[in-house]
Design a protein around this ligand. Structure first.
Ligand SMILES: Cc1cc2nc3c(=O)[nH]c(=O)nc-3n(C[C@H](O)[C@H](O)[C@H](O)COP(=O)(O)O)c2cc1C
Length: 182
């Protein structure tokens, strides 16, 4: 097994669900935006439109809309009982696209998560907010985020200074097989 900084950041990234209130720096933010922008995309279509929200007021308003829609007592998501959907991280990336560009958005969001790790920041990839943003009620948020009505919400990622160190979740090694030439 080879180790270097890139590989170790991939191997040691964990989903972080506890953050300090401290905002990331503008230099860290610009680095994350560049790493998202330089993600590969199918046929270099670059279909993703990204909005980065650093307003706690706006995120909390979105959280209220979300929980009003899907239910305040729905124990469907991790830390549902104590945290908002964005796990109290101070910066949240929202990725939208025209059409079903889930693959491109997934690759972009992983770039964000790994780049965050590389700068000593924590991150959590968030699909749950799609419960609001993909519903008809999500139109209000497309308008607030300046996203055209016919674009689809694909994925979000919250980033900040993490203050937990969760244990690694076991991986399913049996799902990987190498087939070599005879
Ligand atoms: C596509 C995707 C959607 C996810 N959505 C959420 C989410 O809505 N809320 C959340 O707290 N974590 C979410 N996660 C984080 C996963 O729960 C986490 O990656 C998984 O438990 C493995 O843990 P690890 O990232 O620490 O290895 C999501 C991860 C992915 C890749």
């Amino acid at each position: 097994m080879i180790h270097n900084e890139t590989i170790d950041n991939i191997l040691t990234r964990r989903t972080i669900r506890e953050y300090t209130a401290e905002q990331i720096t503008d230099e860290q933010l610009e680095t994350l935006i560049q790493c998202a922008m330089w993600a590969p995309s199918g046929r270099n279509g670059q279909p993703c439109h990204v909005r980065v929200v650093q307003s706690k007021e706006m995120l909390d308003e979105m959280n209220v809309d979300f929980k009003n829609l899907v239910g305040w007592d729905t124990p469907a998501y991790t830390n549902w009982d104590k945290n908002p959907f964005y796990q109290n991280a101070p910066t949240v990336f929202f990725i939208y696209a025209e059409g079903n560009s889930h693959m491109d958005a997934g690759i972009m969001v992983e770039n964000i998560a790994i780049a965050a790790k590389g700068m000593g920041l924590g991150s959590v990839i968030i699909a749950s907010i799609g419960g609001l943003l993909s519903a008809p009620e999500g139109l209000k948020w497309k308008q607030k985020l300046d996203i055209p009505e016919d674009y689809k919400f694909l994925i979000a990622c919250a980033v900040g200074n993490g203050c937990e160190n969760p244990a690694p979740k076991p991986r399913k090694k049996e799902q990987f097989k190498v087939i070599k030439a005879d």
